[in-house]
Design a protein around this ligand. Structure first.
Ligand SMILES: CC(C)(COP(=O)(O)OP(=O)(O)OC[C@H]1O[C@@H](n2cnc3c(N)ncnc32)[C@H](O)[C@@H]1OP(=O)(O)O)[C@@H](O)C(=O)NCCC(=O)NCCS
Length: 363
């Protein structure tokens, strides 16, 4: 039996535009999508000016589907998404213009297009959502089957007075944790290895005790996740933030009394050591690194790596304040951590095996 036809999804090129417009014409005839074009044309519809990315699905060498990622959608659905997810409108990315030619359906093209658009949103640190007209049954089924979460419904009124019922969905949590939110003063993307040793230069691959099967690796963390290391190396700490998958109840319970975007919790016995700590963040060349596929924000290299720069990290408490994080000092981290791991928050706990033993109940 011949292999099934290869399905490819790639960034859209100018030469693909005519094929995308032809798909849109056919989809409009057969499915009535898009329901409205306003003053625009199908060409402007498939190529929104503000797109963060556009992709095509190619089957048997033919463009059969397309999708775009946009920073905005109907104001009512943006308001619904910001309200239910608790993220600012600037952190949303909307999947839009998803369509597959009728002759190429049920072969996984839409699912692949969705995955690529969601991946791009995550790469940019954005929370991915979408709107669907409630009567587009195949699309609703696709989102439900792909694990998207219903956020709620709105009715939008078109310029000709037609009322259009739409439903807003949020993307499912990623295979690895959602990236932490950006922070104030975050520098450009770079890879770092943080150490208490001020004189490192060359890092050799080592077997990590928690990932022995992975072989020898040099581990690095990207700038977005560098604050997980704003602590003495052995300091037990719990770092948490909300993601698209976090429920409003959890958001309220952990962040309801604060504007902070991340909450970092340490034990009282570590305060002096945190205040006195001086660390070095060694900048590593990204060339030989690839992202670790389970632990978001971490990167690994199998080859030895030579540092290309170094930044001293002191004033760790002030760093938290400047970044807009809440740094909480508590006698024992364990009760907090039990709540965190049972919640829908994203989290990173380190050195927790060193946390203070739980207090015995009196009596
Ligand atoms: C919605 C649409 C993009 C789906 O494209 P597709 O390439 O056929 O979808 P996939 O093959 O990736 O489908 C993945 C899954 O979605 C679900 N699904 C897709 N179409 C379905 C349908 N007609 N009925 C029921 N389930 C459907 C199934 O679970 C399917 O998995 P399966 O085939 O293994 O059962 C396509 O039907 C379309 O272009 N519709 C018109 C435009 C539109 O409504 N766009 C959405 C705008 S928000």
């Amino acid at each position: 039996m011949p292999d099934p036809a290869p399905l490819d999804v790639r960034a859209r090129e100018p030469a693909d535009l005519a094929a995308c417009v032809a798909i849109a014409e056919e989809v409009r005839r057969t499915d009535g999508y898009p329901s409205f074009l306003g003053d625009g044309t199908l060409e402007s519809f498939v190529s929104p000016d503000d797109a963060l990315g556009t992709w095509v699905a190619v089957l048997d060498g033919r463009v059969v589907g397309t999708v775009a990622l946009r920073p905005r959608s109907a104001p009512a659905s943006a308001a619904l998404a910001t309200g239910t997810l608790g993220v600012e409108a600037e952190r949303l990315a909307f999947v839009a213009r998803l369509m597959v030619a009728p002759g190429a359906r049920r072969r996984g093209a839409a699912r692949r297009l969705l995955d690529v658009a969601v991946g791009e949103a995550r790469r940019r640190g954005l929370v991915c959502v979408l709107d669907v007209v409630t009567h587009d049954a195949a699309a609703v089924e696709l989102y439900e089957q792909s694990g998207w979460r219903r956020l709620g419904r709105n009715v939008i009124t078109l310029r000709d007075g037609t009322e259009l019922p739409i439903e807003t969905f949020a993307a499912p949590p990623g295979p690895s944790r959602d990236p932490a939110p950006p922070y104030r003063g975050e520098g450009p993307f770079a890879l770092w290895h943080v150490s208490e040793d001020p004189s490192l230069s060359r890092l050799a691959p080592r077997v990590h005790p928690r990932h022995p099967g992975a072989g020898g690796l040099v581990w690095a963390v990207d700038t977005r996740h560098l604050p997980l290391f704003w602590f003495p190396r052995e300091c037990p700490r719990g770092c948490v933030w909300a993601s698209a998958a976090t429920t409003p109840a959890d958001r309220e319970a952990f962040f309801g009394m604060s504007d902070a975007t991340r909450l970092h919790v340490v034990e009282s016995s570590w305060v002096e050591r945190i205040l006195a700590s001086r660390l070095v963040a060694y900048e590593l060349p990204p060339g030989g690194f690839e992202p670790h596929d389970e632990v978001g924000g971490y990167w690994v290299s199998r080859e030895p790596v030579e540092a290309v720069g170094r930044v001293e990290l002191d004033g760790l408490v002030q760093r938290h304040a400047d970044a807009g994080f809440e740094l909480r000092v508590t006698p024992s981290i364990r009760p907090f951590w039990r709540r965190v791991v049972a919640s829908t928050l994203e989290y990173s706990g380190m050195q927790l095996e060193r946390a203070a033993a739980p207090e015995e109940p009196p009596g």
